[in-house]
Design a protein around this ligand. Sequence first.
Ligand code: TRP
Length: 450
Amino acid sequence: MSTNPTHRGFTSNIGAILAAAGGAVGLGNIWRFPYMLGQNGGGAFLLVYIIFVLLIGIPLMMTEFIIGRRSQRNVVGAYRALSGPRKGWVLLGIFGIVSAFLIYAFYSVVAGWTLNYIVMAAGGKLSGLDPAAVAQEFSFFTQGSFWPLFYQLLFLILTGAVITMGVQKGIENMAKILMPILFLLLLLMCVRSLTLSGSHEGLRFLFEPDFSKLTGKGVLSALGQSFFSLSIGMGAMITYGSYIRKEDRLFKTSIWIALCDLIVAILAGVVIFPAVFAFGMDPASGPELVYVVLPNVFNNMPAGALFAVLFFLLLGIAALTSTISLLEIIVAFAVEELQWKRSTASLVSTAVVFVVGALCTLSFGPLQNFKIVGYTIFDLFDLITASYLMPIGALLMTIFLGWFYPKVEVKDELSNHGTLKVKAFELYYFILRYVAPAALIVIIISGIVG
Ligand code: TRP
């Protein structure tokens, strides 16, 4: 094992947990999870989702942390350092960098929308509109060119600025400030939603499983969603793992992060569904749920204008800590492998992502009829990453650590060189070798056969 003397990581365990939880908690929890759950029948989806997070999500996050902390490197460097003479594994690292680029490109589109909605809500532009007008605002905005590109670029620049400040001053400090704010805003929104009359119906939808509403496709979506939400499968957690202190407990750290992520998703459901049901809106409206359905909800509730601003602020903060983790994957690679300066690496990656990301933005407007195998560029990137690159990346990773890398070394890293008792080690290792790869093969195949 090689160590890199210039490596500077997180300063504390709580810093590591907040930074990684910030990477995990994002649009995936507050935008994607509720609409997926809404489309897949509610409570039963939640239950299956929780099982996947606990059974597969946590072990895979631990796997990424082991690879990252053991190697003290970015994704590419990590596989190079741990695979010895078998150079082929480096490709898996490059695969991670490519995935990060693609996710960042489409993710930044929706992240940019949050800024527009903060501005619109704060300026009162959403209040008093009827549902048709709210929907029209959304399509008018997303189908444009200038404003969606402007907000996307603004978001990319914000992210780039944080990354330029470095791991401790940028990523860790930002997470320490933003994550508590995020939780506070979320709890405030929960109280608002739960005190609406008629909120119990939404809670029943969220928490009472009705398995007759869950399809096989729903189960797979729950598995895919757990990967996306926990940021597993392409090296984000390898990169952050390389910043975790040697004395921190990877078991405990992963569990905390995954629980944070899970709790935020559930609380987002508690915010959204009671409100949606209280005002008789459709929970199954899809990706537009928070942008088109929620503004109507806000229009109908007391102090709705204020809560609209707070909600989109919450969404923006969640997105920012996630884009930070996406950009860091790429920048850590450029700094450590190509010896670029951190600021140059942030600037160049941001520019490249903007060029590709602009195509994703424009695929809602001028390029909406430009389709590749029936998908717009935005949908294609989402599909490729969530259904193929992340599960395939995760599968190859489990094969690497479970079947190729020596078991004693895995145990050594997880037990901090034997100084910790890791009672659940055999269970973890069994999941790593058999359960996770089997589940991943099922997702990948069912993704291919549709
Ligand atoms: N997990 C984030 C979310 O839920 C998205 C994300 C950030 C991500 N970094 C990632 C997904 C890396 C996969 C890989 O919004």
